[in-house]
Each structure stands twice: as C-alpha cells, then as structure tokens.
Design a protein around this ligand. Structure first.
Ligand code: HEC
Ligand code: HEC
Length: 578
C-alpha cells in the first residue's frame, strides 16, 4: 500500500510527481520523469473534441493538492491546537481503515490524519498493494463512513460515485449529486468542504469557512502534498495562490483568473478560490487518456473505431439522435473486425481485452428500445445514452423501494405517506434535509432505510425540487422535468413534485470494474446483480407495484439468458483508467 507520508519523507519529488493524477506511472519511472523534467502530455488527446485542461496545468496540480488536503476537516480544527502547520498527535478514527463491501477493510490511506476529498474518491492509491484495487474516484464501500460528531450520523446517505468525465459538456443543464442538489461543481465543493462529510455540523458553516481560510493563509508548505520549489522546500499556499513569486517554478504559476491575495481576501473569497481550483482539477479527469504514452480506450471504443462506427454525436446532433443512429448501424451491419488481445491490454482489470460476438450481442440488447421490440429489449439506451452512457436526467429504477422493502417487508414503500408541496414546504423540519437555516430538520426523506427509523427513506431529487432552501438548482430542474414528464398538463411545481419521488440521476456506466458496489444504495456488489435487479424492478413496473417508477423501465424486457452478454458488454466499457 502506498504510504504517502513515507514517500514524501524519502522522496518529495516522487510524491509530487505521483500526485498528478494521470501520471500514476511506477515510482521509478515517475522519478525519472520528474528528475528530467520531461512530464509529457502530448499523448493526451481526448476522444471528444472539447476544451480540456491538462493534468500538468498549474491550476490542476494545485487543485489536486487541495483535493488531498487533510487539514480542512473539523477534526483537524479541533485537534491541532490552532496551529495549522501542526501534525496531529492522533488521527481521526474514520481514516484508520477504508471500509470495503467486497473485501476486508483496507488500511487507511490517510491513517493518522483527517478526512479529505480523496478518502471517499480514491484513485491509484492502493495499486502497489493490489493491482486490481484501482478506483475511478469512488471508494470501496456501500456508504462512506464520515467523522463522528455524536449526532447519530455515521455514514453518507449514498454510495460514492465514479467521478471521471464530469467536466464534459452536456445536452441538459448540469446538476451534481444523485439528487441534483448542486447546479455547479463549485457549489458542491464549497458545501462539501464546510459540510457534514468533513465533520462540520449544519450550524458550523461559518467556523468551517474561517478555519479553511486560516489553513490556506497560515500554511507553511508543510502538508504532505505540497508544491515544492527548486530546493524541494514546500511553498506555502499563500505564495502559490498569489502566483507571482520568483520562488515559484514557472510551470507552477497559476493563471491570473485563479490568483488571489489571501492576505487581504475575505474568508469567503478564499474558500471560493479553493473551490475553483478543486473544480478545475475534477474537470480535468477524463476517460480515454493516460500520460504513459498510450490511450486507455475501452474495448468498446476500439470496436467502434475498427468498424468505422461513429464514436460521438456529429456537430449539432443530440446524444439521443446519435444513439439512434449508432443503434441502426449496429443492427444492420455484419461485423468482422473484433477486438482482441493484440488491440490492447488490461493491467487494472482482471479480464481479457476483447470485444467479440458475445459483447456485440450484449450491445445489441442494450441499444434495442422498447419501440423496436415489445418482447425482447434492454431499453438501457433510453437512459444510458452513449457515448457517455448517461442522459444526465432523473429516473426511478426502483432502488429506494427495493432497499426499503428489504428492511420493512414487501409493499412497505408503497405505504409511506409522502406530503405534497404545500405541506412539505411548511414543515421543513419534519420533511426536508437539514441546512444551515434548518439545522434540526430530520431529513426523513433523504435517509437510508434502517429498522430503527420506519418511514425514513431516500426519495432522491424530491428533496431538492422546489426546496426554497436550495434556490440554485431549481431553474435547471424545472427545465429538465418540464421536458421529461410528458404526462404533465401544466408544468407547475405542485404537479411536478410527486413525479420526482425516488428519482435519481442516471450515472455513467463506464469503467464499472473500478467503482463497485453499485446503485445509489451501494446494494449491488456485481454487474450481474444489477442486471438481476433490473429483471425484478422492470417486472414490478409492468405489474404496477413500483411506486412512481419510470416509464422507460417498463420497456426493459430481459431475462436470465441476457445476463452473460449484457455483462460482457458492460465489462467491455472497462478501461485502465488511473
Ligand atoms: C465522506 C465521504 C466523502 C467525502 C469526504 C467527499 N465526498 Fe464527494 N461524494 C461522496 C458521496 C457519498 C457522493 C454521492 C452523494 C450524492 O449523490 O448524494 C459524492 C458525490 C460527489 C460528486 C458528484 C458526482 C456526480 O456525478 O454528481 C463530486 C463531484 C464529489 N463528490 C466531489 C467531492 C469533492 C471535491 C470532495 C472534497 C471537497 C468530496 N467529494 C468529498 C462522498 C464523499
Ligand atoms: C429509466 C432509466 C433507466 C433505464 C431504462 C436503465 N437504467 Fe441503469 N440506471 C438508471 C439510473 C437512474 C440509475 C441509478 C439508480 C439509483 O442508484 O437509484 C442506474 C444505474 C445503473 C447501473 C449502476 C451504475 C453505478 O455505478 O452504480 C448500471 C450498471 C446500469 N444502470 C445498467 C443498466 C442496464 C444494463 C440497463 C438495461 C438493461 C439499464 N441500466 C436501464 C437509469 C436507467
């Protein structure tokens, strides 16, 4: 396992190099690259033509440091005796281990420290310990443990998702989190840094902000992933963020728009500047690219290339139109060019690099819509639209209901009383999630089901839509729902709200091999498990026993014999992302 602190002590420049996420080449090679100063990005042409930031851009490097910064947490605030350059005498216990759904707990990457973004959004941190323990910014557990504040909350409500490709442009307005809580990544980052995942209670937002600003102002470059000068000394954040000092190597000077004088800036301005840097880092994460001189494209992508099939929508073509066109081409064509071991290799996935007849059969089922076949169709493409395999919209595939009924018995979810808009909004404490304004709200409908709390469930975007406490995502949500819910006569909030019950954002399904367990509940451990889940819930939808299920789900008509080809196809979307 990589012990970063040890690495830093023995070879700070190695850790510095390793920290550029796409550059996770073996340490020896990394040293070589760093020492010769030939960190190359030329192999990094994204498959889709979009404005892209490179992992070696100084703002991305700095964003990466902040993503790993362990001192922003409430635990550090409480235990560092107000000295932001102090090491903790003992770390937050939440960092001791990484919980894992499919293996024993793993020794914590940040043991002895406190929580940070990376703890729940891992990458190549564990590869030297187990070559198949790579992550695409998710973690290993169903729901991530969070710092203990004696408020009864021990873990995140939802599964930590894969995070690659979030910066790509979308056909629909951008929203983040399974429930669309955030309209921008900056909002997400600010709320996360000052929120419960970092140990801060809803009433502590201001203290959190002041603490984070203070860490940035007073840092002496002692954090374990500092930016180093030519003498390999850590450079304080205030110098790196000002961006002008001679001490800064030219390739580490951030562009003017990210610069800030933290000596004169307010706490909020500093927090916003940090959030902008973390955002640009998150946006730099892209599939299909690696800086070790080759691409990491999946067998599926290579299959498209070898058969001259379009890999992305044409100019002015929507993803939906592209998906139809691709489906039609694939339905007609006789294929002779398969993808096999000589086309690529996997080192991070325990499987052969291939796209053959079985994968093609799975792809065909995946792309077959319910309009094309009423007896045998995956209809997956109705929501998982290529090339990103998401429509970025919200649907109910039955995840909350199935999990709730597993705890309380079949039919229980159907019996939960869910208030309408007026009742909900006039009883915020009873029905909506806590916020700085409503610190004592129960969040009853943004809860994982548990025996002790009957009636508590996760209704997803229902918590966010028309929630006056969350003004920012409302415009995008209305736009999405007014075009999505065709059954609406008048697109008014009161009528939209009930249709949002148990709806969650469609995740991308690329590189699933590095992000199990699956679904917002983390309840499915394998791809086959997810497919059996769909066999079950699509049947419930047709029988009329799925509460507010999505129409497209009824069109999913697959059976046990479709599982091997569909699973093979989904695995052909794996890639050696690191
Ligand atoms: C305690 C674990 C934890 C920590 C710490 C954490 N996250 Fe997350 N993150 C999650 C979980 C769980 C979700 C899913 C939340 C949801 O959808 O409701 C998530 C979701 C996200 C998403 C949304 C992805 C999408 O597709 O919508 C982004 C981006 C993200 N986190 C970035 C960050 C950043 C940046 C930080 C540090 C500032 C951070 N996270 C800290 C657990 C964590
Ligand atoms: C009605 C839209 C819809 C259809 C149809 C649909 N999905 Fe999904 N899919 C979703 C949504 C939404 C989620 C997230 C659900 C949740 O966690 O609550 C999801 C989750 C998944 C996941 C888990 C991803 C992860 O990282 O957790 C996989 C795998 C998946 N779908 C594959 C498929 C396949 C294969 C099909 C066709 C058989 C299919 N889906 C059909 C909307 C859909």
């Amino acid at each position: 396992m990589v012990d970063i602190r040890h690495l830093v002590r023995s070879a700070p420049h190695a850790a510095r190099c390793l920290s550029v996420r796409h550059f996770s080449v073996p340490v020896s090679l990394c040293l070589l690259l760093c020492n010769n100063g030939i960190v190359q990005t030329s192999a990094l042409t994204p498959p889709v033509e979009v404005e892209s930031v490179s992992p070696t851009d100084p703002e991305v490097i700095l964003g990466d440091r902040l993503f790993f910064e362990t001192r922003f947490a409430q635990f550090y605030y409480e235990h560092s005796a107000q000295n932001v350059n102090a090491a903790l005498a003992h770390g937050d216990r939440v960092t001791d281990h990484l919980q894992a759904a499919t293996r024993p707990p793993i020794s914590g990457v940040f043991r002895g420290m406190s929580i940070n973004c990376r703890q729940c959004h891992l990458g190549d941190d564990l590869l030297s310990w187990d070559q198949f323990a790579g992550r695409n910014y998710s973690d290993f557990t169903r729901r991530s443990p969070i710092p203990d504040r004696h408020d009864g909350i021990q873990q995140t409500v939802r599964n930590s998702p894969m995070m690659v490709d979030l910066g790509l442009p979308r056909d629909v307005p951008s929203l983040f989190h399974f429930d669309g809580e955030f309209a921008s990544l900056e909002d997400l980052v600010i709320d996360t840094l000052t929120g419960r995942n970092f140990g801060w209670l809803p009433s502590e937002r201001r203290i959190a902000r002041a603490h984070i600003a203070r860490v940035i102002r007073e840092d002496e470059g002692v954090n374990h992933r500092y930016i180093a000068d030519s003498a390999r000394q850590g450079i304080p954040y205030r110098v790196v963020m000002l961006g002008t000092s001679d001490r800064l190597p030219p390739h580490l000077r951030i562009p003017t728009r990210y610069r800030i004088d933290v000596g004169t800036a307010s706490d909020s301005q500093i927090l916003e500047a940090a959030a902008a840097l973390i955002t640009v880092y998150v946006e730099s994460l892209r599939f299909g690219t690696l800086n070790t001189g080759r691409t990491t494209e999946s067998p599926y992508d290579i299959f498209l290339t070898k058969n001259n099939l379009p890999k992305a929508p044409a100019d002015h073509e929507s993803a939906e139109r592209y998906a139809q066109r691709l489906g039609a081409l694939i339905a007609q064509k006789e294929f002779i060019s398969w993808v096999a071991a000589n086309d690529g290799t996997f080192s991070l996935h325990n499987q052969r690099y291939e796209f053959g007849p079985t994968e093609l059969q799975g792809l065909r089922i995946f792309l077959t819509t319910s309009e094309q076949s009423r007896s045998h169709a995956g209809n997956c493409v109705a929501c998982h639209v290529p090339p990103r395999f998401t429509d970025y919209r919200f649907h109910n595939t039955g995840v909350s209901q199935v999990e709730y009924d597993q705890v309380f018995g079949e039919g229980s979810f159907l019996r939960i009383t869910i208030p309408g808009l007026a009742t909900r909004n006039s009883h915020v404490d009873a029905y909506l999630p806590p916020s700085s304004e409503y610190g004592r709200a129960t969040g009853r409908f943004r809860s994982m089901p548990s025996k002790e709390m009957p009636g508590y469930a996760d209704l997803g975007v229902w918590n966010v839509f028309a929630n006056p406490d969350l003004p920012r995502p409302q415009k995008a949500l209305r736009q999405i729902f007014c075009s999505q819910f065709k059954q609406l006569v008048n697109c008014v909030d009161r009528d939209i709200l009930p249709l949002t019950i148990a709806h969650f954002k469609t995740p991308s399904i690329r590189d699933l091999g590095q992000s199990e367990p699956y679904l917002h509940s983390g309840t499915e451990l394998t791809i086959e498990g997810v497919l059996r889940f769909y066999i079950n819930t699509s049947e419930m939808m047709r029988r009329g026993t799925l509460r507010n299920g999505s129409e497209e789900l009824a069109g999913v008509r697959i059976s046990e014999i479709d599982i091997p080809p569909l699973a093979a196809f989904l695995r052909s979307l794996n890639e050696d992302y690191r």
